[in-house]
Design a protein around this ligand. Structure first.
Ligand code: FMN
Length: 386
Protein backbone atom coordinates (compact mmCIF):
# COMPACT_ATOMS: atom_id res chain seq x y z
CA UNK A 1 0.00 0.00 0.00
CA UNK A 2 1.38 3.43 -0.86
CA UNK A 3 1.24 6.32 1.59
CA UNK A 4 -1.71 8.63 1.07
CA UNK A 5 -1.34 12.39 1.06
CA UNK A 6 -1.96 14.16 4.35
CA UNK A 7 -5.62 14.74 5.15
CA UNK A 8 -6.76 18.37 5.19
CA UNK A 9 -5.18 20.21 8.08
CA UNK A 10 -2.51 17.60 8.70
CA UNK A 11 1.23 18.13 8.22
CA UNK A 12 1.76 19.50 4.72
CA UNK A 13 5.08 17.68 4.59
CA UNK A 14 3.42 14.28 4.18
CA UNK A 15 4.73 12.49 1.12
CA UNK A 16 2.70 12.24 -2.05
CA UNK A 17 2.54 8.93 -3.78
CA UNK A 18 2.15 8.52 -7.50
CA UNK A 19 4.78 11.07 -8.48
CA UNK A 20 7.06 8.45 -9.88
CA UNK A 21 9.22 9.17 -6.84
CA UNK A 22 10.96 12.08 -8.51
CA UNK A 23 9.74 14.85 -6.21
CA UNK A 24 8.78 15.09 -2.57
CA UNK A 25 8.08 18.43 -0.96
CA UNK A 26 8.48 19.50 2.64
CA UNK A 27 6.91 22.56 4.28
CA UNK A 28 10.32 24.25 4.24
CA UNK A 29 10.18 24.47 0.45
CA UNK A 30 6.76 26.10 0.40
CA UNK A 31 6.40 29.71 1.46
CA UNK A 32 3.71 32.00 2.84
CA UNK A 33 0.27 31.57 1.27
CA UNK A 34 1.69 28.74 -0.85
CA UNK A 35 1.77 26.52 2.22
CA UNK A 36 -0.77 24.13 0.90
CA UNK A 37 -0.62 20.76 -0.84
CA UNK A 38 -2.54 22.07 -3.86
CA UNK A 39 0.22 24.58 -4.54
CA UNK A 40 3.01 22.03 -4.50
CA UNK A 41 4.73 21.63 -7.84
CA UNK A 42 4.97 18.13 -9.30
CA UNK A 43 6.63 16.57 -12.28
CA UNK A 44 5.55 14.67 -15.34
CA UNK A 45 8.93 13.42 -16.48
CA UNK A 46 10.86 16.62 -17.21
CA UNK A 47 7.75 18.84 -17.20
CA UNK A 48 7.25 20.80 -14.00
CA UNK A 49 3.60 21.39 -13.18
CA UNK A 50 3.30 24.31 -10.76
CA UNK A 51 0.09 23.32 -8.98
CA UNK A 52 -2.00 20.25 -8.29
CA UNK A 53 -5.00 21.55 -10.23
CA UNK A 54 -5.35 20.51 -13.88
CA UNK A 55 -7.92 22.07 -16.22
CA UNK A 56 -9.89 19.32 -17.96
CA UNK A 57 -10.01 18.84 -21.72
CA UNK A 58 -13.56 19.61 -22.84
CA UNK A 59 -14.74 19.37 -26.44
CA UNK A 60 -16.48 22.56 -27.50
CA UNK A 61 -15.10 24.41 -24.47
CA UNK A 62 -11.30 24.13 -24.15
CA UNK A 63 -10.36 26.75 -26.73
CA UNK A 64 -7.16 28.68 -26.29
CA UNK A 65 -8.97 31.50 -24.43
CA UNK A 66 -10.31 28.97 -21.91
CA UNK A 67 -6.90 27.43 -21.37
CA UNK A 68 -5.12 30.77 -20.98
CA UNK A 69 -7.75 31.87 -18.51
CA UNK A 70 -7.31 28.60 -16.62
CA UNK A 71 -3.57 29.18 -16.30
CA UNK A 72 -4.21 32.73 -15.07
CA UNK A 73 -6.49 31.40 -12.34
CA UNK A 74 -3.93 28.88 -11.13
CA UNK A 75 -4.32 25.66 -13.14
CA UNK A 76 -0.89 24.03 -13.19
CA UNK A 77 -1.61 22.23 -16.44
CA UNK A 78 -4.15 22.81 -19.19
CA UNK A 79 -5.25 20.54 -21.99
CA UNK A 80 -6.73 21.03 -25.44
CA UNK A 81 -9.97 19.37 -26.29
CA UNK A 82 -9.62 16.08 -28.11
CA UNK A 83 -8.23 16.40 -31.62
CA UNK A 84 -8.90 13.79 -34.29
CA UNK A 85 -5.72 12.08 -35.47
CA UNK A 86 -7.45 11.39 -38.80
CA UNK A 87 -8.14 15.12 -39.14
CA UNK A 88 -4.48 15.82 -38.48
CA UNK A 89 -3.43 13.16 -40.99
CA UNK A 90 -5.60 14.77 -43.68
CA UNK A 91 -4.35 18.23 -42.69
CA UNK A 92 -7.95 19.27 -42.18
CA UNK A 93 -7.80 23.00 -41.63
CA UNK A 94 -10.46 22.89 -38.95
CA UNK A 95 -8.57 20.23 -37.02
CA UNK A 96 -5.28 22.06 -37.35
CA UNK A 97 -6.97 25.04 -35.73
CA UNK A 98 -6.87 23.12 -32.47
CA UNK A 99 -3.10 23.10 -32.56
CA UNK A 100 -2.58 26.81 -32.04
CA UNK A 101 -0.66 27.26 -28.82
CA UNK A 102 -0.01 30.59 -27.09
CA UNK A 103 3.20 31.27 -25.21
CA UNK A 104 1.46 31.69 -21.84
CA UNK A 105 -0.34 28.33 -21.94
CA UNK A 106 2.62 26.17 -20.97
CA UNK A 107 2.67 23.58 -19.59
CA UNK A 108 0.04 22.35 -22.01
CA UNK A 109 -1.14 18.91 -23.09
CA UNK A 110 -2.75 18.39 -26.47
CA UNK A 111 -5.15 15.48 -26.54
CA UNK A 112 -5.51 13.22 -29.58
CA UNK A 113 -7.94 10.43 -30.33
CA UNK A 114 -7.95 7.64 -32.87
CA UNK A 115 -7.57 3.89 -33.20
CA UNK A 116 -4.63 3.37 -35.57
CA UNK A 117 -1.22 3.30 -33.87
CA UNK A 118 0.65 4.67 -36.91
CA UNK A 119 -1.78 7.52 -37.48
CA UNK A 120 -1.75 8.36 -33.78
CA UNK A 121 2.07 8.39 -33.79
CA UNK A 122 2.12 10.80 -36.77
CA UNK A 123 -0.46 13.00 -35.07
CA UNK A 124 1.62 13.00 -31.89
CA UNK A 125 4.63 14.30 -33.82
CA UNK A 126 2.47 17.09 -35.22
CA UNK A 127 1.13 18.17 -31.84
CA UNK A 128 4.62 18.26 -30.39
CA UNK A 129 5.75 20.38 -33.34
CA UNK A 130 2.83 22.67 -32.54
CA UNK A 131 4.16 23.19 -29.02
CA UNK A 132 2.57 20.56 -26.76
CA UNK A 133 4.59 19.76 -23.64
CA UNK A 134 2.66 16.52 -23.19
CA UNK A 135 0.74 14.33 -25.64
CA UNK A 136 -2.49 13.12 -24.07
CA UNK A 137 -4.36 10.14 -25.51
CA UNK A 138 -8.14 9.90 -25.18
CA UNK A 139 -9.35 6.48 -24.00
CA UNK A 140 -12.38 7.99 -22.32
CA UNK A 141 -14.71 9.47 -24.91
CA UNK A 142 -18.10 7.72 -24.57
CA UNK A 143 -19.73 9.42 -27.58
CA UNK A 144 -20.88 6.98 -30.25
CA UNK A 145 -19.51 9.07 -33.10
CA UNK A 146 -16.05 8.34 -31.67
CA UNK A 147 -16.45 4.86 -30.15
CA UNK A 148 -17.88 3.44 -33.37
CA UNK A 149 -14.55 4.21 -35.05
CA UNK A 150 -12.76 2.08 -32.44
CA UNK A 151 -11.42 5.16 -30.61
CA UNK A 152 -12.08 6.70 -27.18
CA UNK A 153 -13.45 4.59 -24.33
CA UNK A 154 -13.95 1.56 -26.54
CA UNK A 155 -10.20 0.94 -26.40
CA UNK A 156 -10.56 -0.02 -22.73
CA UNK A 157 -12.13 -3.21 -24.06
CA UNK A 158 -9.20 -3.79 -26.41
CA UNK A 159 -6.13 -3.44 -24.19
CA UNK A 160 -3.80 -4.94 -26.79
CA UNK A 161 -4.62 -2.22 -29.30
CA UNK A 162 -4.63 0.45 -26.58
CA UNK A 163 -1.09 -0.57 -25.60
CA UNK A 164 0.05 -0.55 -29.26
CA UNK A 165 -1.25 3.00 -29.58
CA UNK A 166 0.53 4.18 -26.44
CA UNK A 167 3.75 2.45 -27.46
CA UNK A 168 3.66 3.91 -30.96
CA UNK A 169 3.02 7.41 -29.62
CA UNK A 170 5.67 7.12 -26.89
CA UNK A 171 8.23 5.95 -29.47
CA UNK A 172 7.32 8.80 -31.81
CA UNK A 173 7.86 11.72 -29.43
CA UNK A 174 10.35 12.73 -26.79
CA UNK A 175 7.81 14.50 -24.54
CA UNK A 176 5.80 12.62 -21.89
CA UNK A 177 2.70 10.74 -22.98
CA UNK A 178 -0.40 10.67 -20.81
CA UNK A 179 -3.62 8.71 -21.09
CA UNK A 180 -7.06 9.83 -19.95
CA UNK A 181 -9.57 7.07 -19.41
CA UNK A 182 -12.88 6.10 -17.89
CA UNK A 183 -13.31 3.19 -15.45
CA UNK A 184 -14.51 0.97 -18.33
CA UNK A 185 -17.39 0.66 -20.73
CA UNK A 186 -20.11 -0.80 -18.52
CA UNK A 187 -21.38 0.27 -15.13
CA UNK A 188 -19.37 -1.30 -12.34
CA UNK A 189 -16.47 -2.08 -14.72
CA UNK A 190 -12.99 -2.19 -13.20
CA UNK A 191 -11.18 -2.37 -16.57
CA UNK A 192 -9.12 0.72 -15.80
CA UNK A 193 -7.31 -1.19 -13.05
CA UNK A 194 -6.24 -3.94 -15.47
CA UNK A 195 -5.53 -1.69 -18.43
CA UNK A 196 -3.82 1.15 -16.52
CA UNK A 197 -0.65 -0.73 -15.50
CA UNK A 198 -0.31 -2.13 -19.02
CA UNK A 199 -0.52 1.36 -20.49
CA UNK A 200 2.25 2.46 -18.15
CA UNK A 201 4.38 -0.48 -19.30
CA UNK A 202 3.67 0.59 -22.88
CA UNK A 203 5.03 4.07 -22.17
CA UNK A 204 2.37 6.24 -20.48
CA UNK A 205 4.00 8.61 -18.00
CA UNK A 206 0.75 9.82 -16.39
CA UNK A 207 -2.77 8.42 -16.14
CA UNK A 208 -5.89 10.51 -15.65
CA UNK A 209 -8.91 8.57 -14.44
CA UNK A 210 -12.51 9.74 -14.71
CA UNK A 211 -14.05 6.89 -12.74
CA UNK A 212 -17.44 6.76 -14.40
CA UNK A 213 -18.28 4.14 -16.99
CA UNK A 214 -18.73 5.16 -20.62
CA UNK A 215 -22.36 4.06 -20.32
CA UNK A 216 -22.85 6.48 -17.42
CA UNK A 217 -21.78 9.45 -19.55
CA UNK A 218 -22.02 12.18 -16.87
CA UNK A 219 -24.70 10.68 -14.63
CA UNK A 220 -24.18 9.28 -11.15
CA UNK A 221 -20.97 10.04 -9.31
CA UNK A 222 -17.28 9.54 -9.99
CA UNK A 223 -16.13 6.63 -7.81
CA UNK A 224 -12.72 7.77 -6.61
CA UNK A 225 -12.13 4.57 -4.64
CA UNK A 226 -11.04 3.27 -8.07
CA UNK A 227 -8.63 6.19 -8.38
CA UNK A 228 -7.06 5.12 -5.08
CA UNK A 229 -6.74 1.54 -6.34
CA UNK A 230 -5.16 2.72 -9.57
CA UNK A 231 -2.64 4.84 -7.64
CA UNK A 232 -1.63 1.71 -5.76
CA UNK A 233 -1.08 -0.23 -8.97
CA UNK A 234 1.13 2.16 -10.93
CA UNK A 235 4.34 4.04 -10.30
CA UNK A 236 3.50 7.11 -12.38
CA UNK A 237 1.41 10.13 -11.33
CA UNK A 238 -2.35 9.68 -11.43
CA UNK A 239 -4.74 12.62 -11.92
CA UNK A 240 -8.23 12.34 -10.41
CA UNK A 241 -11.01 13.64 -12.66
CA UNK A 242 -14.70 13.84 -11.83
CA UNK A 243 -16.88 15.96 -9.57
CA UNK A 244 -14.11 18.19 -8.23
CA UNK A 245 -16.18 21.27 -7.49
CA UNK A 246 -14.67 22.82 -4.37
CA UNK A 247 -11.52 23.14 -2.32
CA UNK A 248 -12.88 20.76 0.31
CA UNK A 249 -13.65 18.14 -2.33
CA UNK A 250 -10.26 18.56 -4.02
CA UNK A 251 -8.38 18.11 -0.76
CA UNK A 252 -10.50 15.14 0.26
CA UNK A 253 -9.93 13.39 -3.09
CA UNK A 254 -6.18 14.05 -3.00
CA UNK A 255 -5.98 12.77 0.56
CA UNK A 256 -8.10 9.67 0.06
CA UNK A 257 -6.64 8.57 -3.27
CA UNK A 258 -2.97 9.56 -3.17
CA UNK A 259 -3.47 11.09 -6.64
CA UNK A 260 -0.87 13.64 -7.67
CA UNK A 261 -3.43 16.21 -8.83
CA UNK A 262 -7.11 16.84 -9.35
CA UNK A 263 -8.68 17.77 -12.67
CA UNK A 264 -11.48 20.33 -12.84
CA UNK A 265 -13.96 20.31 -15.72
CA UNK A 266 -17.57 21.43 -15.55
CA UNK A 267 -17.03 23.47 -12.38
CA UNK A 268 -14.73 25.78 -14.37
CA UNK A 269 -17.15 26.38 -17.26
CA UNK A 270 -17.82 30.12 -17.17
CA UNK A 271 -16.34 30.00 -13.71
CA UNK A 272 -12.55 30.31 -13.54
CA UNK A 273 -13.00 31.47 -9.94
CA UNK A 274 -13.60 27.81 -9.05
CA UNK A 275 -9.92 27.16 -9.79
CA UNK A 276 -8.80 29.97 -7.49
CA UNK A 277 -11.21 28.84 -4.78
CA UNK A 278 -9.92 25.26 -5.01
CA UNK A 279 -6.38 26.55 -4.67
CA UNK A 280 -7.40 28.68 -1.67
CA UNK A 281 -6.34 31.85 -3.50
CA UNK A 282 -9.68 33.64 -3.73
CA UNK A 283 -13.25 33.47 -2.54
CA UNK A 284 -15.54 31.41 -4.80
CA UNK A 285 -17.80 34.34 -5.68
CA UNK A 286 -16.50 37.18 -7.85
CA UNK A 287 -18.11 40.63 -8.02
CA UNK A 288 -20.51 41.41 -10.88
CA UNK A 289 -17.82 43.68 -12.37
CA UNK A 290 -15.33 40.82 -12.38
CA UNK A 291 -17.81 38.44 -13.97
CA UNK A 292 -18.62 40.80 -16.84
CA UNK A 293 -14.98 41.81 -17.35
CA UNK A 294 -13.83 38.17 -17.54
CA UNK A 295 -16.68 37.29 -19.88
CA UNK A 296 -15.90 40.19 -22.24
CA UNK A 297 -12.19 39.37 -22.20
CA UNK A 298 -13.05 35.74 -22.98
CA UNK A 299 -15.32 36.88 -25.81
CA UNK A 300 -12.65 39.13 -27.34
CA UNK A 301 -10.04 36.39 -27.15
CA UNK A 302 -12.41 33.87 -28.70
CA UNK A 303 -13.27 36.25 -31.54
CA UNK A 304 -9.55 36.68 -32.18
CA UNK A 305 -9.14 32.91 -32.19
CA UNK A 306 -12.19 31.82 -34.18
CA UNK A 307 -13.35 34.91 -36.00
CA UNK A 308 -16.57 36.83 -35.24
CA UNK A 309 -18.95 34.55 -37.12
CA UNK A 310 -17.92 31.31 -35.46
CA UNK A 311 -17.25 32.88 -32.08
CA UNK A 312 -20.72 34.44 -31.81
CA UNK A 313 -22.32 30.98 -32.03
CA UNK A 314 -19.69 29.25 -29.90
CA UNK A 315 -20.03 31.81 -27.10
CA UNK A 316 -23.77 31.49 -26.54
CA UNK A 317 -23.49 28.65 -24.02
CA UNK A 318 -20.91 30.64 -22.09
CA UNK A 319 -23.35 33.50 -21.38
CA UNK A 320 -25.49 31.21 -19.24
CA UNK A 321 -22.42 29.70 -17.57
CA UNK A 322 -20.96 33.10 -16.61
CA UNK A 323 -24.16 34.90 -15.73
CA UNK A 324 -25.92 31.96 -14.06
CA UNK A 325 -25.08 30.64 -10.61
CA UNK A 326 -27.43 33.32 -9.22
CA UNK A 327 -25.14 36.12 -10.40
CA UNK A 328 -27.56 37.86 -12.77
CA UNK A 329 -31.29 37.58 -13.44
CA UNK A 330 -32.16 34.98 -16.13
CA UNK A 331 -33.69 37.42 -18.67
CA UNK A 332 -30.26 39.01 -19.26
CA UNK A 333 -28.88 35.74 -20.64
CA UNK A 334 -31.99 35.34 -22.80
CA UNK A 335 -31.40 38.84 -24.21
CA UNK A 336 -27.73 38.12 -24.96
CA UNK A 337 -28.22 34.87 -26.84
CA UNK A 338 -30.43 36.53 -29.45
CA UNK A 339 -28.07 39.45 -30.14
CA UNK A 340 -26.43 38.83 -33.52
CA UNK A 341 -22.88 40.08 -32.85
CA UNK A 342 -20.43 40.06 -29.96
CA UNK A 343 -20.00 43.89 -29.91
CA UNK A 344 -23.75 44.13 -29.27
CA UNK A 345 -23.43 41.63 -26.44
CA UNK A 346 -20.56 43.67 -24.98
CA UNK A 347 -22.61 46.89 -25.13
CA UNK A 348 -25.51 45.24 -23.35
CA UNK A 349 -23.22 43.85 -20.63
CA UNK A 350 -21.56 47.23 -20.04
CA UNK A 351 -24.95 48.91 -19.86
CA UNK A 352 -25.83 46.46 -17.09
CA UNK A 353 -22.52 46.79 -15.20
CA UNK A 354 -20.67 50.01 -16.23
CA UNK A 355 -17.87 49.47 -13.70
CA UNK A 356 -16.80 46.32 -15.55
CA UNK A 357 -15.04 48.50 -18.15
CA UNK A 358 -12.37 49.47 -15.63
CA UNK A 359 -11.78 45.89 -14.51
CA UNK A 360 -11.52 44.86 -18.17
CA UNK A 361 -8.98 47.60 -18.90
CA UNK A 362 -6.79 46.29 -16.11
CA UNK A 363 -7.16 42.68 -17.29
CA UNK A 364 -6.29 43.57 -20.87
CA UNK A 365 -3.26 45.56 -19.77
CA UNK A 366 -2.02 42.49 -17.91
CA UNK A 367 -2.63 40.05 -20.78
CA UNK A 368 0.37 39.28 -22.97
CA UNK A 369 -0.30 39.61 -26.71
CA UNK A 370 -0.58 36.48 -28.83
CA UNK A 371 -0.45 35.83 -32.56
CA UNK A 372 -3.43 37.03 -34.59
CA UNK A 373 -4.12 34.19 -37.03
CA UNK A 374 -7.81 33.78 -37.85
CA UNK A 375 -9.20 30.45 -38.99
CA UNK A 376 -12.10 30.13 -41.39
CA UNK A 377 -14.26 27.46 -39.82
CA UNK A 378 -14.92 25.97 -36.45
CA UNK A 379 -12.72 22.94 -35.78
CA UNK A 380 -14.44 19.55 -35.49
CA UNK A 381 -16.13 19.58 -32.13
CA UNK A 382 -17.73 16.59 -30.47
CA UNK A 383 -19.52 17.30 -27.21
CA UNK A 384 -18.74 15.14 -24.24
CA UNK A 385 -15.41 13.65 -25.18
CA UNK A 386 -14.51 11.80 -21.99
C1 FMN B 1 -18.61 19.35 -22.52
C2 FMN B 1 -17.59 18.34 -22.15
C3 FMN B 1 -16.64 17.96 -23.09
C4 FMN B 1 -15.65 17.03 -22.76
N1 FMN B 1 -14.69 16.74 -23.67
C5 FMN B 1 -13.66 15.92 -23.33
C6 FMN B 1 -12.58 15.71 -24.23
O1 FMN B 1 -12.50 16.26 -25.33
N2 FMN B 1 -11.60 14.85 -23.82
C7 FMN B 1 -11.63 14.22 -22.60
O2 FMN B 1 -10.71 13.46 -22.28
N3 FMN B 1 -12.62 14.44 -21.72
C8 FMN B 1 -13.63 15.29 -22.05
N4 FMN B 1 -14.62 15.55 -21.15
C9 FMN B 1 -14.56 14.94 -19.81
C10 FMN B 1 -13.85 15.88 -18.81
O3 FMN B 1 -12.52 16.08 -19.17
C11 FMN B 1 -13.93 15.32 -17.37
O4 FMN B 1 -13.21 14.12 -17.29
C12 FMN B 1 -15.37 15.09 -16.92
O5 FMN B 1 -16.20 16.19 -17.25
C13 FMN B 1 -15.46 14.86 -15.40
O6 FMN B 1 -14.96 15.96 -14.71
P1 FMN B 1 -15.90 17.11 -14.05
O7 FMN B 1 -16.85 16.44 -13.12
O8 FMN B 1 -14.89 18.00 -13.33
O9 FMN B 1 -16.60 17.79 -15.17
C14 FMN B 1 -15.63 16.45 -21.47
C15 FMN B 1 -16.61 16.82 -20.55
C16 FMN B 1 -17.58 17.74 -20.86
C17 FMN B 1 -18.60 18.13 -19.84
Amino acid sequence: MKTRAAPPGADAGAKYSGDGGDRQTTPASISGSMQDELHEPWWIGPVEVPSRVVLAPMAGVSVQAFRRQGRRFGAGLVCSEMVSCAGIEHRNERTLGYLRVAADEHPLAIQIFGSEPRVMADAARMVVAAGADIVDINFGCPVRKVTKTGAGATLLDDPGRACCIVEAVANAVSVPVSVKMRRGLEDGSRSCLEVGPRLVEAGAGVLTLHPRSARQMYTGVADHSLTAELVDRVDVPVVASGDITSRARARAVLASTGASAVMVGRAAQGNPWALAEILGDAPAEPTREEVVAELVLFMRETVRELGERRASGFLKKFYGWYLGRGRFPKPLKQELVVLPTTPEVEDRLFAEVPGARFVLQRLEAEQPLVDEVLLDDMPISIYGGG
